[in-house]
Design a binder for this molecule. Structure first.
Ligand SMILES: C[S@@+](CC[C@H](N)C(=O)[O-])C[C@H]1O[C@@H](n2cnc3c(N)ncnc32)[C@H](O)[C@@H]1O
Length: 219
């Protein structure tokens, strides 16, 4: 039984465990995009396609990228019958599109899979892929304190996370700590630096906890 401590997304049990225990309800997140039938959404690390399906329901054209075939198969099922949907099995490091291809781009709980250099490169590409005025929303483990202070901030994270995940916290704590210590979370200062340096305007930052943040940026 996977408890979220693996980072190998090709494992079907990790994907199933994540989708059941950690994906959460993303209705509020989807509402931030205000999707309409003129939109073309790119979801990077689209997982089981929940956001793509919500955007498609509003008439948007949707493109999802994920490296895990198990996740893409779930997304395919969610998007069955939807004409304007494309799913691509690619890594975030290799995927590429023509300039001005998308009006909205999402990266939810996916940017922590990339190293700092990879984050910078991808954000630069995203800026090219977006149409002028296009919107990028990134939601993930983005720390409100400097990354190097993570050990001393663990009590704050534990306290916030217990509220954020409510009754699920004991079940998901190992997975959150795996992200913190084994993957590549960034802090808010690092992420905003990448975004501003690339030419984005940051329009809104939502920080419900000291470790989880939503950043909305406009090209
Ligand atoms: C934590 S899940 C998030 C899925 C979805 N965005 C959500 O909010 O539920 C991370 C997703 O990113 C994918 N992923 C991880 N590393 C990746 C990479 N380097 N390239 C492409 N996809 C990746 C995984 O397969 C997984 O579906």
């Amino acid at each position: 039984m996977n408890n979220g401590t693996s980072t190998d997304w090709k494992q079907a049990d990790l994907a199933a465990w994540y989708n059941k225990n950690m994906r959460g309800d993303i209705t509020n997140y989807a509402a931030l995009f205000n999707f309409n039938d003129k939109d073309h959404l790119l979801d990077l690390g689209c997982g089981d396609g929940t956001l793509l399906a919500l955007a498609a329901q509003k008439g948007a054209q949707v493109t999802g990228v994920d490296m895990a075939d198990v996740q893409l198969e779930l997304a395919r099922q969610k998007l069955q019958g939807c004409k304007n949907a494309t799913l691509l099995q690619r890594t975030l490091q290799e995927v590429d599109f023509a300039p001005n291809s998308f009006t909205k781009i999402s990266m939810r709980k996916a940017i922590h899979h990339l190293t700092n250099d990879e984050k910078g490169l991808l954000i630069d590409k995203i800026h090219h892929w977006l149409t002028p005025g296009g919107i990028l929303i990134i939601e993930d483990m983005i720390l409100s304190f400097a990354l190097h202070r993570k050990d001393e901030k663990l009590p704050c994270l534990d306290r916030d996370a217990a509220q954020f995940y409510a009754g699920k916290w004991p079940q998901v704590r190992d997975a959150v700590l795996t992200t913190l210590y084994k993957e590549f979370p960034c802090d808010l200062a690092q992420l905003t630096h990448h975004l501003l340096f690339t030419g984005f305007t940051i329009t809104r930052i939502l920080t419900p906890t000291c470790f989880y943040t939503t950043v909305i940026a406009e090209k």
